[in-house]
Ligand binder design. Structure first.
Ligand code: UDP
Length: 235
């Protein structure tokens, strides 16, 4: 019995960069792909949203003098580059995948069609959602919440490099307090950096639980699916 059957996994662009800090690190990609393969082999239906911060971000310094909308489109394209790399890594492991983008790129990917995405999941394919929401001024966290709700996922898992939700950055503050469980409202009230406000609110309004967990710890994903205590639960 799986604790969560249909899952939306959100990975930031930076997580793909590994220690390089930017770009795509092949070893990281392979590791995440392996975690996903194991979870899928357990019977989980997995959809993925990957950020683009390792390549371009609309609010970054590199975009400081740019028109925001123009910069955000560049950010959305960055997520598609990551999505294509991820698709390749998954397929090399024999996993069937489909990439659906919020902005039409029909030579490379299917356009986002909700019913079709659900059908792919039911057939055991990993569905990757690229290009965020397709709209500027949004983030891939919000895209992840939106898609999770649309595909009726049981949970949204935010894979990070820390163990879950803390009251301050555990990589900077060794005394940071860990929250095994926390409400949406407290995340907002305490201004905790789980996901951005739009994304959290969307989850709250649609009663979609969020699990924040360390994606760099081998086996965490499958442990969570088996019902073990992993990460922090926001609900
Ligand atoms: N973006 C956007 N609309 C969306 C999703 C993303 O405009 O719906 C742009 C935005 O510029 C953002 C960039 O794409 O900065 C990369 O996404 P994000 O910062 O969420 O990536 P992550 O932090 O997860 O790597």
């Amino acid at each position: 019995m799986l604790k969560y059957r249909r899952i939306l996994l959100k990975l930031s662009g930076e997580s793909l960069a590994g220690d390089d800090g930017y770009g795509i690190n092949a070893a990281m990609l392979d590791r995440y792909a392996e975690e996903i393969r194991e979870a899928r082999d357990m019977g989980a239906e997995i959809a993925l949203v990957i950020g683009g911060g390792n390549i371009f971000r609309g609010v970054s310094e590199a975009a400081a003098n740019m028109d925001r909308v123009q910069a955000d489109y560049m950010g959305m394209l960055a997520t598609v580059i990551n999505a294509l790399a991820f698709q390749d890594a998954l397929e090399r492991k024999g996993i069937y995948t489909r990439l659906q983008t919020a902005i039409k790129m029909e030579q490379m990917a299917e356009p986002f069609i909700r019913r079709r995405a659900i059908r792919h999941l039911e057939k055991g394919r990993v569905v990757i959602f690229g290009a965020g929401t397709g709209n500027p001024y949004f983030t891939t966290d919000t895209a992840a919440s939106l898609r999770a709700i649309e595909i009726e996922a049981d949970v949204i898992i935010k894979g990070t490099r820390v163990d879950g939700v803390y009251d301050s950055d555990p990589e900077k503050n060794p005394h940071a307090e860990f929250f095994p469980k926390i409400s949406y409202l407290d995340v907002i009230r305490k201004n905790l950096r789980v996901m951005d406000m739009t994304a959290i609110t969307l989850c709250q309004e649609n009663v979609l639980p969020i699990v924040v967990m360390n994606m760099n710890e081998k086996g965490n994903f499958t442990r969570l699916l088996r019902g073990e205590k992993v990460g922090s639960l926001v609900q």
